[in-house]
Write a protein that binds this ligand. Sequence first.
Ligand SMILES: NC(=O)c1ccc[n+]([C@@H]2O[C@H](COP(=O)([O-])OP(=O)(O)OC[C@H]3O[C@@H](n4cnc5c(N)ncnc54)[C@H](OP(=O)(O)O)[C@@H]3O)[C@@H](O)[C@H]2O)c1
Length: 104
Amino acid sequence: MTVKNSRVVVLGGTSGIGLATAQAVAEAGASVVVASSRQSSVDRALSVLPPGAEGLVLDVGDSAALRDFFTAVGPFDHLVYTAGENLALMRLEDYDIHAARTFF
Ligand SMILES: NC(=O)c1ccc[n+]([C@@H]2O[C@H](COP(=O)([O-])OP(=O)(O)OC[C@H]3O[C@@H](n4cnc5c(N)ncnc54)[C@H](OP(=O)(O)O)[C@@H]3O)[C@@H](O)[C@H]2O)c1
């Protein structure tokens, strides 16, 4: 599979696994859109991604914002989803259902 000349959207693409993925596909010739919830993260990511990369602020927990985001982004070829908090490892019986829903 090649990503050359494709458009790749990376939700959570401003840090960690998502940013590494965005960098890899951009270097392979894809146009990349990264998104995450903080403008500062988006700015930092765009400073290390190749020219032409796009960055948008998006809270993936906000369904109205998600709709607006995909309307703004338009057609794309691949979606990568790495947005999220670090795993909270604890006994199931100690887990708070609201925290679990937010995490998912
Ligand atoms: N690294 C590992 O070895 C590993 C292993 C297993 C699972 N995971 C899981 O994989 C996911 C990514 O890991 P990572 O190491 O790449 O984490 P990371 O470096 O913390 O990156 C998380 C990304 O998600 C964004 N994000 C967080 N909340 C968001 C929200 N509500 N809406 C939109 N973007 C949001 C963050 O940017 P903002 O802060 O700007 O929103 C950031 O760009 C995490 O859920 C982690 O628990 C990681």
